[in-house]
Design a binder for this molecule. Structure first.
Ligand SMILES: [Mn+2]
Length: 152
């Protein structure tokens, strides 16, 4: 993304960021999405999850790191991503030992959690966020986010 504007035809350069691939590269998925959004180069996302450095797990969205998932949804929501006309995709796969009749649940579970997190982002108290930032009390902000995610 950083060198896109140095190419012959920058408008043809963009990217799709997958949660798990960012984690496997040692990166923070929401930071990468925000960076690409800032350059209007986030052409799509594949939301899923990954538990540390092992094979490309493509776990259900938020299954390994709920906070990271919240952060990803937050950057997409704050950027009004749907207004770009681009799509949020899920790249999740069934666990191999599951019975066929439940092997599709990773899709509906990921969608459910995504939509729940959209509501969590939209209902996070903006006054609390503004106060914490104004006072540079980021520990209070962390606690407020965690309590919000826990339903408090
Ligand atoms: Mn993957």
């Amino acid at each position: 993304m950083a060198i896109a504007h140095g190419t012959v035809d920058p408008k043809r350069v963009g990217g799709l960021i997958e949660t798990a691939h960012a984690i496997l590269a040692g990166l923070d998925p929401s930071d990468e999405m925000a960076f690409a959004l800032a350059a209007d180069k986030l052409w799509s996302v594949h939301l899923n999850d990954q538990n540390v450095l092992k094979y490309d797990q493509d776990k259900s969205f938020a299954a390994a790191n709920l906070r990271s998932a919240f952060n990803q949804v937050r950057v997409l929501e704050l950027a009004d991503y749907p207004a770009t006309g681009r799509f949020v995709g899920l790249d999740v796969k069934a666990m191999r030992t599951q019975k066929p009749e439940v092997a599709h649940k990773h899709l509906t579970n990921s969608r459910t959690i995504f939509l729940t997190l959209v509501e969590k982002v939209r209902t996070f108290p903006k006054d609390v966020e503004a106060k914490c930032v104004a006072e540079r009390d980021y520990e209070a902000l962390e606690l407020a986010v965690l309590e919000h995610l826990l339903g408090g």
